[in-house]
Design a protein around this ligand. Structure first.
Ligand code: AHG
Length: 334
């Protein structure tokens, strides 16, 4: 069978009425930047990219060298094309407008340049997550933070790249979720799974169990019932996995089902959660919903939240639809 490259896929999507020339260009630029990040990640110690950068990001977290490098690669790649008005990154306090030397376009790009960075130095899969919004109409001056504060339902595209045994790009433009595998010899992303679907039911969950004693009562009850297995109210055994790279955990769920959760706990309650709404929760929610799954804060659909701040954090439950709904019932039943 003839292989379909990302370029061909995006061109055909556009002809079918999904996206625009600018969006196609934007996504190709992001994919190219991610290939460069993948090369840097793959070099590991040989590329001098392991270890701490010696700086903190806006959230006060120590940055790894690869966090900083990946952020620069994405910013540089997206500066000149004329399709973007500004970028916002988990690693930067404020959005970065497109430099004056270049034309400005109608899209806004948000990204977590290197998700799972605690795994870089131990050679476990990491990734990039991105989300694309349209710039609200009527804004012609410098881009303000408020223009980014759109609910996830407004995303026009979202994706993630996993730098693992193979490099994968997972993408949605709002009708289906599609998987591309990087052909490293040729340098092209090739469509390897069209319309990925997450099984509705699952017996696998992903959560950082070391936080158990800090969880709220509904989460304690929910996971308690999963752990009780066949003898408990769920009447079946559940398996557990936790990679601590959201991209890798979500990709497992896209492949074979499961529920991923990073709930609220008393250590992070003041921050509102661990994962970032704009760079992690919304794009992953869009991808998962487009694959037939669900994504909730435990109290409602993630994508319907009206963001209040660029770096806002939220509790996250996403994956197999029936299991996310089950987790939600524990939280709504208090
Ligand atoms: P970051 O983008 O700072 O690397 O955050 C990683 C996220 C996510 O990828 C992962 O699921 C979670 O943090 C892991 O958190 P714990 O270390 O608390 O398990």
């Amino acid at each position: 069978m003839k292989s379909i490259t990302l370029t061909q896929f995006l061109t055909e999507e556009r002809r079918a009425g999904y996206g625009s020339t600018d969006l196609t260009q934007l996504l190709e630029v992001v994919a190219r930047a991610c290939k460069r990040i993948g090369v840097a990640t793959g070099k590991g110690a040989l590329g001098g990219v392991l270890g701490e950068a010696g700086s903190d990001n806006v959230q006060g977290e120590a940055q790894k060298k690869l966090d900083v490098l990946s952020n620069e690669i994405l910013l540089d790649a997206n500066a000149w094309g004329g399709h973007l008005a500004a970028c916002a990154s988990e690693e930067m306090a404020d959005p970065q407008p497109i430099p004056d030397a270049y034309p400005k376009g109608g899209y806004l790009l948000l990204f977590d340049p290197l998700d799972g960075s605690s795994n870089i130095d131990v050679n476990i899969a990491v990734g990039t997550i991105f989300s694309v919004l349209r710039r609200p109409q009527g804004h012609r001056q410098d881009v303000s933070v408020n223009e980014f504060l759109q609910p996830g339902t407004q995303q026009v595209a979202a994706g993630y790249v996993v730098y693992g045994p193979s490099t994968l790009l997972v993408l949605t433009l709002g009708h289906g979720t599609h998987v591309f595998t990087l052909d490293r010899e040729v340098g092209s992303f090739i469509l390897t799974r069209r319309d990925a679907m997450i099984p509705e039911e699952t017996s696998e969950f992903a959560v950082n169990m070391s936080n158990q004693r800090y969880w709220e009562a509904p989460m304690q009850r929910y996971v308690g019932d999963l752990l009780a297995g066949k003898e408990g109210p769920r009447e079946r055994d559940f398996n557990m996995r936790w990679v601590a790279s959201m991209v890798a955990d979500v990709h497992r769920i896209l492949t074979r089902g499961g529920i991923f959760s990073y709930p609220l706990d008393s250590k992070i309650a003041a921050k509102g959660g661990k994962l970032r709404l704009m760079y992690e929760a919304n794009p992953m929610a869009f991808i998962v919903e487009q694959a037939g799954g669900a994504a909730s804060t435990g109290h409602g659909r993630i994508m319907e939240l009206q963001p209040e701040a660029l770096h806002q954090r939220v509790p996250v439950f996403l994956g197999s639809k029936a299991e996310v709904e089950a987790a939600e019932r524990y939280h709504l039943d208090v």
